[in-house]
Write a protein that binds this ligand. Structure first.
Ligand SMILES: Cc1cc2nc3c(=O)[nH]c(=O)nc-3n(C[C@H](O)[C@H](O)[C@H](O)COP(=O)(O)O)c2cc1C
Length: 323
């Protein structure tokens, strides 16, 4: 399939694997890229520019195809060495960067100078327009359904995507709630040039996370996610578990008085234990409503091939037959 996004990133299929903390290691990024999508290494998981440079080199050993690096700008925690990470990305010859969180204006000139394409992840039309205005090449429009941080507007993709299509000139991909061929064809119909998936890619053979994480996603339904940290205006969609229920109780009890310190135990530094050791109830971890559509653990190649062949059938048999 040829879209503005496949052309821009030099990939075969319009499918991107979004950056994911302690999931987006070289193994997953390379598997997605080898399957014809765009795999993305999560920069902040590496922590330092040297470790990121090493992860980029590992990914290059595993694939000759284009892959990207995610740079997430967090609101409050001590700032990581972003300039050092940008240097590691440029020196490593990475062709695409996915930015997220704050506006990426401070890193954009360095990335653009090096000829790197930048796709910024946004949860609203106004942030997408800002990304376009400052010179991002594309945006990933993340609806309310998404795993991770959906922002504070709560607009699901059935409204957000056509609104983005009405306003944007640069290409965008649909993100949040995307799982299969139906998601892809619907996203294309609403004006997107492809789709970005997070949760779906965790439940794949190559995702280098503990089996418990994959099984938790397969077992979950669309009713099993919760929103935490809304009182801190740092809303995160996570899979329900004991720690999440504790957070919600504290949020209810403390209301507007809630401070980050009150829930630190359940949210700070919990990812390695969950993702790598499979300690599923130790803290809150991002997961999308789309878990309700995830029922198996295929390889990235099987998943992407299935999506593309079923998309073909939807377009050429079902839709064409109706027209
Ligand atoms: C476990 C997990 C960790 C994530 N970590 C990050 C991250 O560090 N940076 C980021 O930009 N997005 C992160 N995301 C968001 C994804 O890149 C993607 O935008 C989102 O998962 C899309 O929604 P979906 O899960 O419905 O596919 C994370 C998502 C999940 C599920």
């Amino acid at each position: 399939m040829k879209t503005k996004i496949t052309e821009m990133f030099g990939i075969e299929h319009p499918i991107i694997q979004g950056g994911m903390h302690f999931v987006g290691f070289a193994e997953l990024a390379a598997a997605v890229s080898n399957a014809g999508g765009l795999g993305i290494i999560t920069g902040l998981t590496q922590g330092t520019p040297d470790k990121l440079a090493n992860e980029i080199a590992r990914c290059k050993d595993m694939t000759d195809k284009p892959f990207g690096v995610n740079l997430t700008f967090l609101p409050s925690l001590a700032a990581p060495d972003y300039p050092g990470m940008v240097k590691a990305i440029v020196d490593g010859g990475v062709p695409v960067v996915e930015t997220a969180g704050r506006n990426p204006a401070e890193v954009l000139p360095h990335l653009k100078e090096a000829g790197i394409k930048v796709i910024h992840k946004c949860t609203s039309v106004r942030h997408s327009l800002k990304a376009q205005q400052i010179g991002c090449d594309a945006v990933s429009v993340d609806g309310f359904e998404c795993g991770g941080h959906p922002g504070e507007d709560d607009i699901p993709n059935f409204v957000l995507l056509p609104r983005a299509a009405d306003e944007l000139e640069i290409p965008f991909v649909a993100s949040g709630g995307m799982a299969d061929a139906r998601s892809l064809v619907a996203a294309l119909a609403m004006g997107a040039e492809g789709m970005n998936m997070g949760t779906r890619f965790i439940a794949t053979k190559e995702a280098p996370v503990h089996e418990n994480v994959k099984q938790a996603i397969v077992a979950a339904s669309e009713l099993d996610t919760r929103l935490v940290m809304r009182p801190l205006r740092n809303t995160e969609r996570v899979l329900s578990n004991d720690a999440v229920e504790r957070i919600l109780e504290k949020e209810k009890k403390l209301g507007a008085e809630l401070q980050f310190d009150d829930i630190k135990e359940e949210v700070a530094g919990v990812y390695p234990k969950i993702m790598l050791e499979g300690d599923m109830d130790i803290g809150a971890w991002s997961c999308g409503m789309v878990a309700g559509l995830v029922n198996d653990i295929p390889s990235c190649k099987e998943l992407i091939e299935r999506i593309m062949s079923e998309a073909d059938a939807i377009i050429n048999a079902r839709l064409t037959g109706m027209a």
